[in-house]
Write a protein that binds this ligand. Structure first.
Ligand SMILES: *[C@@H]1O[C@H](CO)[C@@H](O)[C@H](O)[C@H]1NC(C)=O
Length: 377
């Protein structure tokens, strides 16, 4: 079987910017949309894991066209290393605390930590396609080189909601990077706690999801090596997810949606929007439902021409060309968009997942309550 690759936190000495190398893995043709669906794809290609190489303080990983991204943090004293998805679409940190039969996750064992403090209140959280549950605990959590003392997080002992997929997933837990207001159980979200610690150089983080290149998250700044030009800033319309107003979404000059907001979600692989819109858009770009439409996924002819998608936010238009919104694997092409109806009050909305973030480096500007987008480089 495969082995989990330990990832390394690399803190840059001078700039007080902390880098988390993002592991990148290939996915199967049936492209996942949320954490769980990503995990399903892991089942398809569980043996294609790529060892991460490290050279002079930089994480280097092999490139694949499609990916799952995760990095490492530690919990406890002495530190216990856990691989997590840094998920801007949720706000809780959870780590697994027990081994299911025949699984290979790294787990947290509070009996081995001198800083552990019991809480015991029950915890459960529902993601796009599955729930996990356990209980709250307190311990030292170290994210990107910064210690959060007595941070309240969840130890998860039940991952059944994520299905068999979790067994094969490369991540162990999830570290939500959203706002405090959507923390299950209350308190600070991890990024809220990092900002409150006063230890960040700047109250922000930047995500680079490499496209045929290594990915990286930096906390306390952004990494100018990974974008070109200036950021276009868009004020947040809510401090829940990283949500902004979607001025328009057009294809061939025609409006493609009636939804007026969007969230930028590193924990979602594809683009996702209201089902009825996605159905129409699929028709416009020449995509066909897979499996009779049961999965909500579409395939597309790899060689056919297809129009650009134009998302306007903050008065600026962000374009995705066919090469950006199609995922090719083994000579087949998946239309990287999926229909999901998110009910009011949060929805209807568009989820701009990794497909969008691969093209646009994203600054999550907590201090100024805005998102910044620049072309990834
Ligand atoms: C346990 O954690 C929950 C969730 O953060 C919190 O609401 C509660 O006050 C904590 N209880 C104790 C006894 O610390």
């Amino acid at each position: 079987m495969f082995r989990l690759t330990a990832l390394l936190l690399v803190s840059s000495v001078a700039a007080e910017i902390y880098r988390i190398p993002m592991q990148k893995r290939p996915l199967g043709f049936l492209k996942p949309i949320t954490h769980t669906e990503r995990a399903i794809a892991d089942v398809i290609e569980a043996d294609s894991s790529t060892p991460m190489l490290r050279a002079s303080g930089k994480a280097v990983i092999s490139d694949f066209s499609n990916a799952q991204y995760y990095g490492s943090l530690t919990v406890g004293s002495p530190p216990q290393s856990i691989n997590v998805i840094f998920d801007t679409g949720s706000s809780n940190l959870w780590v697994p605390n027990h081994h299911n039969w025949f699984q290979h996750h790294q787990i947290y064992d509070h009996s081995k930590s001198s800083n552990y403090k019991a809480n015991g209140t029950k915890f459960s959280i529902m993601y796009g396609s599955g729930a996990v549950s356990g209980y709250f605990s307190q311990d030292t959590v170290n994210i990107a080189g910064i210690d959060l003392e007595d941070y309240t997080f969840a130890e998860v002992d039940n991952t059944k909601g994520m299905g068999v997929a979790y067994y094969m997933a490369k991540f162990d837990g999830i570290c939500g990077m959203g706002w405090d207001s959507i923390v299950q159980g209350g308190g600070h979200s991890p990024i809220g706690a990092l900002v409150a610690s006063g230890k960040l150089d700047a109250p922000e983080f930047g995500f680079y999801l490499g496209n045929n290149a290594p990915g990286e998250m930096v906390i306390g700044g952004t990494d100018e090596k990974h974008y070109t030009g200036d950021f276009t800033y868009v004020p947040l319309s809510a401090e829940t997810y990283w949500e902004v107003k979607l001025d328009s979404f057009k294809i061939k000059g025609e409006s493609a949606t009636s939804a007026v907001k969007a969230i930028v979600d590193s924990g979602t692989s594809l683009l996702a929007g209201p089902k009825a819109d996605v159905k129409k858009i699929a028709g416009l770009v020449g995509a066909k439902p897979i499996a009779g439409g049961l999965t909500g996924e579409y395939s597309i002819d790899c060689n056919a021409e297809a129009p650009d998608m134009e998302f306007t936010m903050g008065g600026k238009t962000f374009t995705l060309a066919k090469k950006d919104y199609v995922l090719e694997e083994g000579g087949q092409c998946l239309f990287a968009m999926m229909g999901i109806d998110i009910p009011a009050p949060n929805g209807p909305l568009w989820i701009l997942g990794d497909v969008f973030m691969r093209k646009y480096y994203t600054k999550f500007d907590y201090g100024n309550k805005r998102l910044g987008f620049a072309l990834a480089a």
